[in-house]
Ligand binder design. Structure first.
Ligand SMILES: C[S@@+](CC[C@H](N)C(=O)[O-])C[C@H]1O[C@@H](n2cnc3c(N)ncnc32)[C@H](O)[C@@H]1O
Length: 296
C-alpha cells in the first residue's frame, strides 16, 4: 500500500472516531505525498469546512444533487438505461408496467412508448413521486401514483403486470427483505427489469469499513467521479460527492443502501424462481458498470 493510501486509511479511521483534526492532518499528509490525487485534495477541503463550520453545514445539498444527477456520467448512464428499457417495452403490443422506486422519473420518462396500457409508479418519497407524477401528467400519460414502499405495496395486495422495473432502487432493500420481495413479485409479473451497479462485494461490518481494499476502490472510483464535475466551483464535489464518500466511512450513519455484485442480483432473482435471466452491461459508469438484469 502506498504511504498516501495508508495515511488516508488512518484519516478515515480517525474520521469514524470523530477525531476530525487528526483526520484532516492525515488527509493533508496524503495530499502532499500524492498531489495529483483529487480525492485527497477534495477530502482535505471537506474536512476543513467540517471543522470550521460544524457538522450541520456539511451535508448533501439539493442543488448539488440536482447538478450531480443531471450532469457528468449520469447523462449517458440514464440515456442508455432508458434506451435499454424502451427496447424491452417495444417487444410488447400492449404493456402493463409497474415502476418500483420511480424517483422523479429520470429513467422512465424518456423510455415511455405509446403501447403502455396501464402504468403504476411507486415511491415512498412523496417529493420524488409527486415530481414523477406531475411530469407524466404534463405529457398526458395516464397513471396511478402509489405512495408506499414496494414491501407495503406487495403486502397490500398488488395487481399483476406484464413488466415491473426498478432502476437503482432494489439496492434500497435490506438483504433480509430482498428475497421476500422478489418472490412476491415473481407471482405477479411476467418480467422483471432491474438496473444496478456491479460493485465489489466488500464486507461492511463497522470494523471493516476502512479495509484497505475498500478504501482503494473508493479512492480510485471517486477520482473518476470528481473528474466529471470540475467546472462548477466545487458544487458537486463538496455538496454531494464528499458527503456521500465520508458517509460510507461513518460507522454511525444509518445504512440506506445495500448494493452488491451483479452475480449476487442474478443469484437472488434465480432463487425467487425466475426461470430465464439475461444480463446486459449498460454503461461503464465511474462508480461501477451498470447492468440490466432481465428476468422472466
Ligand atoms: C436511486 S433512486 C432511483 C430513482 C429512479 N428509479 C431512477 O432511476 O432515477 C432510488 C429510489 O428508490 C426509492 N425507494 C427507497 N426505498 C424503497 C422501497 N422500499 N420501495 C420502493 N422504492 C424505494 C427511493 O425513494 C428513490 O426514489
Amino acid at each position: 500500500m502506498s504511504s498516501a493510501l495508508g495515511d488516508f486509511c488512518r484519516a478515515l479511521t480517525a474520521y469514524g472516531e470523530r477525531d476530525f483534526d487528526r483526520a484532516r492532518r492525515l488527509v493533508q499528509q496524503a495530499a502532499q505525498s500524492d498531489p495529483a490525487n483529487v480525492v485527497y485534495s477534495a477530502a482535505a477541503t471537506y474536512l476543513g469546512r467540517l471543522i470550521r463550520e460544524g457538522e450541520s453545514h456539511v451535508y448533501v445539498a439539493p442543488e448539488a444533487f440536482g447538478a450531480f444527477i443531471r450532469g457528468g456520467g449520469n447523462v449517458p448512464l440514464y440515456a442508455r438505461t432508458s434506451a435499454a428499457l424502451r427496447r424491452v417495452y417495444e417487444g410488447y403490443t400492449s404493456l402493463s408496467l409497474l415502476d418500483i422506486g420511480v424517483g422523479d422519473g429520470l429513467a422512465l420518462l424518456p423510455a415511455l412508448p405509446s403501447n403502455i396500457s396501464r402504468l403504476d409508479v411507486l415511491d415512498p418519497s412523496r417529493a420524488m413521486l409527486d415530481r414523477a407524477s406531475a411530469a407524466l401528467s404534463e405529457r398526458g400519460v395516464a397513471h396511478r401514483a402509489i405512495h408506499m414502499t414496494v414491501q407495503q405495496f406487495l403486502h397490500a395486495g398488488a395487481g399483476s403486470y406484464d413488466v415491473a422495473q426498478a432502476t437503482f432502487a432494489m439496492q434500497a432493500l435490506p438483504p433480509d427483505e430482498r428475497s421476500g420481495v422478489l418472490a412476491s413479485l415473481r407471482a405477479l409479473i411476467g418480467r422483471l427489469l432491474i438496473v444496478e451497479f456491479d460493485v465489489p462485494d466488500f464486507p461492511t461490518a463497522r470494523e471493516e469499513l476502512v479495509a484497505p481494499a475498500r478504501v482503494r476502490y473508493f479512492v480510485e472510483r471517486y477520482q473518476r467521479g470528481l473528474a466529471e464535475y470540475t467546472d462548477d466551483g466545487g458544487l458537486v464535489a463538496q455538496g454531494f460527492l464528499m458527503p456521500i464518500f465520508f458517509g460510507a466511512f461513518d460507522p454511525g450513519e444509518a445504512r440506506l443502501n445495500w448494493e452488491m455484485p451483479i452475480a449476487g442480483w442474478v443469484h437472488a432473482v434465480c432463487e425467487a424462481s425466475f426461470a430465464h435471466v439475461r444480463i446486459e452491461p449498460i454503461y461503464d459508469y465511474w462508480w461501477a458498470t451498470a447492468h440490466l438484469i432481465n428476468a422472466t
